[in-house]
Write a protein that binds this ligand. Structure first.
Ligand code: 3AT
Ligand code: MN
Ligand code: MN
Length: 539
């Protein structure tokens, strides 16, 4: 493998190294990350290595046992092998305390996923006293066995490759591992292959890591870290940061963070972010290519994975979530400019986003189930459908009503873990000409969403969903566990003033807030609300 002339698909923007001030700011940034508890202890790191060693032994023994049972020769039994690889935040070296270890087990061609992995290995794990919370998810897009091993969370995937004997030093970066395997196996191998490539394609791994830790923390604080809601998850952030590292190969983390915001406030989406050229179709797996696939042309924020078969890792992003992220990038960019002028410090960048102060109108999605186990699965399903609700609302109002889904879930602790809620901010499209008396009627949209959610394959009695329009002041108190609704200025006169300003804003809209949504007056919804209250007070 020849070293590339430069990293990435274009020349760097700047090859400048750090000044003394940049170095000093990097020290401060790293101190900030340590102080907020982003790094695990030495003990935890050692524990993780021990656990990985034990899992490695378990899968090796499992494959040997199966080889013996299938009547292979003694020599085959002797040579029988499985190897494990890690991916996700642990592999990239950016995991926090308590993070899971995403692990892939690669086994020989005759050891399959359906029975050998999800039944035989499952039963072996179920017997072990170190293993708790064992949860097989065989029908997921990427089939996975989730469990805790001595308290460490593990996501274990399995890939059977076209080899009778898996060598201990198997290189899964080679395209040849994809020969003659099915698509779930390709997807299972892909997490590791992508992580390997990312680490290979950045000019300085340590600077990449610190910058990525920083952007992940920022994204969480600003409410834009979540794949399922249509924002970006760990891999997506890793790819964006890696691209910035390529564009500034000699920059240190303080510079990379501010260049990150500069680059991505100026990026002209849907131009794709890529770390390397897209490899031509070698084995016939589908590859992201907007020239060939009409579907790929609809992606709003393409962030392309760097291992064959390359895919858009962020196909979940919608116009709504892209708009929210661009706003947040602009906010980050402004703060970084001020940091560079010494007008503020790093803590300003990580200021939490005040979602419940940012809108006047919200949609509240209440999720109820009979017990906490039911709530967990039902909530996961509803959460995975929320993107559809934002798409439908924007579609049905021709983009005039904008929807901001918020990734956090709020658990109603007074209800013994049987009730939680998600929220979405709603606002009129800014700058749009709104006709006198125009109202948004999204009852039909919400009904369509509720119907699709209720098609849940594993629905059980007690699983219910309610969608209602709430004003900012009606946000339930369990959303604010610290017991405040919003920062109250110390003097009551100020409070009155701010209330008046808000009313004036309403007036400016040219209509009273109550008239903004017909939904508010929907008898159906009022009934829903009453039933919800009744259901909750009886539990
Ligand atoms: P944490 O430190 O664990 O929070 P992470 O980046 O490791 O961050 P995950 O463990 O959730 O995040 O995911 C690890 C990898 O697993 C990322 C991606 O390659 C794959 N993955 C996770 N969720 C999905 C998904 N819904 N669909 C496809 N791949 C996924
Ligand atoms: Mn992980
Ligand atoms: Mn995981």
């Amino acid at each position: 493998n020849q070293a590339p002339r430069h990293y990435g698909v274009t020349k760097p923007i700047s090859t400048a190294g750090p000044s003394d001030v940049d170095l000093q700011r990097s020290v401060e940034l790293e101190k900030f990350l340590v102080d907020v508890g982003l790094y695990e202890s030495k003990e935890e790191a050692v524990k993780r290595e021990e656990v990985l060693g034990q899992i490695d032994q378990i899968v090796k023994e499992w494959v040997k046992q199966l080889t013996r049972q299938r009547g292979y020769t003694d020599q085959m039994v002797e040579e029988a092998n499985a190897v494990i690889f890690t991916f996700g935040s642990y592999r990239l070296g950016v995991h926090g305390p308590g993070a899971d270890i995403d692990t892939l087990c690669v086994g020989p061609s005759y050891v399959n996923r359906e029975e050998d992995f999800f039944i035989v290995l499952h039963d072996i794990l179920a017997e072990m006293e170190e293993v708790t919370e064992l949860q097989p998810v065989p029908d997921a897009h990427v089939p996975v066995m989730k469990f805790k091993f001595s308290g460490i969370s593990i996501d274990l995937l399995y890939a059977s490759v076209s080899l009778l004997v898996v060598p201990e030093d198997l290189d899964i970066s080679q395209g040849s591992v994809l020969f003659n395997v099915d698509e779930p196996t390709v997807r299972s191998l892909n997490g590791c292959r992508v992580a390997d490539q990312i680490l290979r394609l950045v000019p300085n791994v340590e600077n990449f890591r610190t910058t990525l830790r920083c952007l992940k923390l920022w994204a969480k604080r600003r409410g834009v870290y979540s794949n399922v809601t249509g924002f970006l998850g760990g891999v997506n952030w890793a790819l964006l940061v890696a691209r910035v590292c390529q564009l500034y190969p000699n920059a240190v983390p303080s510079m990379l963070v501010s260049r990150f915001f500069r680059v991505f406030t100026q990026w002209r989406w849907p131009n794709p972010v890529m770390l390397c050229a897209i490899e031509e179709d070698e084995l016939g797996f589908p590859v992201w290519d907007p020239r060939k696939n009409p579907r790929d042309r609809t992606h709003h924020m393409p962030i392309i994975t760097p291992a064959y078969p390359c895919m858009n890792s962020s196909y979940n992003v919608s116009t709504s979530t892209l708009r929210v992220m661009i706003e947040q990038f602009q906010n980050g960019n402004k703060i970084c400019e001020e940091i560079e002028l010494n007008r503020t410090n790093w803590s300003a960048l990580f200021e939490p986003y005040h979602f419940f102060e940012s809108y006047k109108n919200y949609l509240q999605v209440d999720i109820i189930a009979a017990d906490s186990d039911d709530l967990r699965v039902w909530k996961g399903w509803v959460e995975s459908r929320l993107r559809q609700l934002t798409l439908k609302i924007e579609r049905d109002t021709f983009g005039m009503l904008q929807c901001h889904p918020y990734p956090n879930e709020y658990v109603d602790t007074s209800k013994q873990c049987v009730h939680c809620a998600f929220f979405m901010g709603l606002q009129r499209k800014q700058g749009a000409k709104v006709q006198e008396g125009q109202q948004f009627d999204i009852r039909g949209t919400v009904d369509e969403f509720r119907n699709s959610v209720n098609m849940y394959m594993y629905w059980k009695p007690g699983m219910e969903i309610y969608v209602s329009h709430v004003r900012r002041r009606q946000i339930p108190s369990f959303v604010f566990p610290e017991g405040f609704k919003r920062p109250r200025p110390s003097k009551p006169t100020n409070q009155q003033k701010s209330d008046r300003i808000e009313n004036e804003v309403d007036e400016c809209d040219g209509r009273s807030s109550e008239r903004q949504f017909k939904r508010k007056k929907s008898p159906d919804e009022d009934i829903g609300r009453q039933r919800l209250e009744k259901r909750l007070s009886s539990s």
